[in-house]
Design a protein. Structure first.
Length: 166
C-alpha cells in the first residue's frame, strides 16, 4: 500500500499492515517483501542471536526514528528484556536490514542514516544474493565487511557470516 494522502502518525500506529509498512513524512510506504533468500537469511540471523539471554531479538519491528518517520526493521536487537511497547523503549542496540533486489542504495543509505541519528549504535545490512555484509556506526560510517564476521562492542556480539549465509 502506498498512499499519497498524508495521514497522521497516530493513525499509522493504530493500523496493521500485512506486510507492515514504513511511515515516512506522513505517507505509508510499502517495503519490498523480498523472496525466499530474504526470509531464510532473516530467520538465520535472528536465530543466531535468539539463544542469548542478555538480549532480545525482534523481527519486523517498527522503530520510531523521528516524529514523522517510523521504519520497519527486518531484525532489531535490544539489550535486556523488551516485553513492553517497543516504540516506548530506547532505540535498539542493533538494526539489521536484509537487502532485496528491489532496494536502491540511496534508500538503504537513508534508512541507515535515520537509524544512526535516532541513536542506534550499530546497523548491519546483509545481501543474500551476493552473500555480502555491511556495517555502519556513527563513528565509522558505512563499510563492507571483508573479515567474515560482523561485530559490536559493549556488549560484544559476533556473527560469523558463514553461520547465516549457509
Amino acid at each position: 500500500m502506498d498512499t499519497r494522502t498524508p495521514i497522521p502518525v497516530e493513525e499509522y500506529l493504530r493500523t496493521s499492515y500485512r506486510p507492515d509498512c514504513d511511515y515516512v513524512d506522513g505517507e505509508v510506504l510499502e517495503r519490498s517483501p523480498g523472496g525466499p533468500d530474504h526470509a531464510q537469511l532473516q530467520s538465520s540471523a535472528a536465530a543466531y542471536f535468539h539463544a542469548r539471554r542478555d538480549i532480545s531479538v525482534r523481527m519486523e519491528t517498527r522503530v520510531w526514528v523521528r516524529k514523522d518517520r517510523v521504519l520497519v526493521s527486518d531484525i532489531c536487537v535490544f539489550l535486556g528484556d523488551v516485553s513492553k511497547n517497543i516504540l516506548a523503549l530506547p532505540p535498539p542496540f542493533l538494526c539489521i536490514e536484509i537487502i532485496t533486489p528491489e532496494d536502491r542504495f540511496m534508500h538503504l543509505q537513508r534508512r541507515i542514516t535515520d537509524y544512526l541519528q535516532k541513536g542506534v549504535p550499530y546497523v548491519w545490512a546483509l545481501d543474500p544474493a551476493r552473500k555480502e555484509a555491511f556495517a555502519a556506526t556513527a563513528d565509522t560510517g558505512f563499510c563492507e565487511i571483508k573479515s567474515g564476521v560482523l561485530a559490536t562492542e559493549n556488549p560484544t556480539l559476533d556473527m560469523p557470516l558463514s553461520e547465516v549465509f549457509a
